[in-house]
Write a protein that binds this ligand. Structure first.
Ligand SMILES: NC(=O)c1ccc[n+]([C@@H]2O[C@H](COP(=O)([O-])OP(=O)(O)OC[C@H]3O[C@@H](n4cnc5c(N)ncnc54)[C@H](O)[C@@H]3O)[C@@H](O)[C@H]2O)c1
Length: 257
């Protein structure tokens, strides 16, 4: 980069949810953006909305696909300044005692190993940048225990260790690495989480919603644009001395459930 107006950004899982807000925030700020996602239709829709964005279909759990995707991103943008490791799946709602081991592994493959694979492929490109940075999407579940969501919480805590380690490894190359820990973000996924909780607790959806808000100082769920604004800030020169940090955006939530 270049701190001018041509940051080159790769966002994983950029076609929907929080990732899409991040993609649009960078694109509106004049950055070049490459989005990858497992959902080809959603990527088509994203390009229809913002034709300057380049895309790759990629499951971050597929190592060969990740190699291809990162190369496509760097080729199409002429390099890479910012990697946003946003891809992550929620996984099942079940106690550890009842957890399906295959479902456990599926969450680790996407959330942890997928993030590792994308980052490893991106590092050589980020080292070429004048101001490289990486943002890792952890979660409120990465700072509290989270009953009935063990694979998710385990991976989101794991990503904190990954972030702090990477920050130490990459600082000497001028690459900063920070983690964002979103709380309950408004959208389809949050509704699914409430449905999952309700199916375990026997409470209604409305009861699950008010229980979630009772847990926060700020009495509204997080807007995906709030997360995107922080990502844009962390990737900017204004954050040039910030690395190895874990920043919650969760309305001051007091637990993960
Ligand atoms: N939504 C929340 O309340 C919340 C809270 C805390 C943390 N997070 C984290 O934020 C990130 C984004 O969450 P979200 O709610 O926007 O997600 P989401 O479920 O809305 O999915 C966003 C995108 O991810 C894509 N995707 C799914 N699996 C993929 C894979 N294997 N490879 C590539 N793309 C894949 C989907 O196609 C979709 O377009 C995740 O890491 C999530 O854990 C979300």
């Amino acid at each position: 980069m270049t701190t001018t107006n041509v940051q080159r950004i790769l966002v994983t899982a950029g076609a929907g949810g929080i990732g899409r807000s991040i993609v649009m925030a960078f694109a509106s700020a004049g950055a070049r953006v490459h989005a990858c996602d497992i959902d080809a239709n959603a990527l088509n829709d994203l390009r229809a909305q913002a034709p300057s964005i380049t895309t790759s279909v990629c499951d971050v759990a597929d190592r060969a696909a990740v190699q291809r995707m990162v190369k496509e991103a760097a080729d199409s943008m002429g390099g890479l300044d910012v990697l946003v490791n946003n891809a992550g799946i929620a996984g099942p709602t079940a106690s550890v005692a009842d957890m399906d081991p295959d479902a456990w592994e599926a969450v680790l493959r996407v959330n942890l190993t997928g993030t590792f694979a994308v980052t490893q492929a991106a590092i050589p490109h980020l080292k070429q940048s004048a101001a490289g940075s990486i943002v890792v999407m952890s979660s409120l579940a990465g700072r509290f225990g989270y009953p009935n969501r063990s694979p998710y919480a385990t991976t989101k805590w794991g990503l904190i260790g990954f972030t702090k380690t990477l920050s130490r490894e990459l600082g000497e190359f001028g690459i900063r690495v920070n983690a964002i820990l979103p709380g309950a973000v408004d959208g389809a996924r949050l509704r699914q989480v409430f449905e999952g909780r309700a199916s375990v607790s026997g409470r209604s959806l409305a009861e699950e919603e008010s229980a979630a808000l009772a847990n926060q100082s700020i009495k509204r769920f997080v807007d995906p644009a709030d997360i995107a604004a922080l990502v844009v800030f962390l990737a900017s020169g204004a954050a040039r001395s910030i690395s190895g940090q874990m920043i919650p955006v969760d309305g001051d939530s007091q637990s993960a459930s």
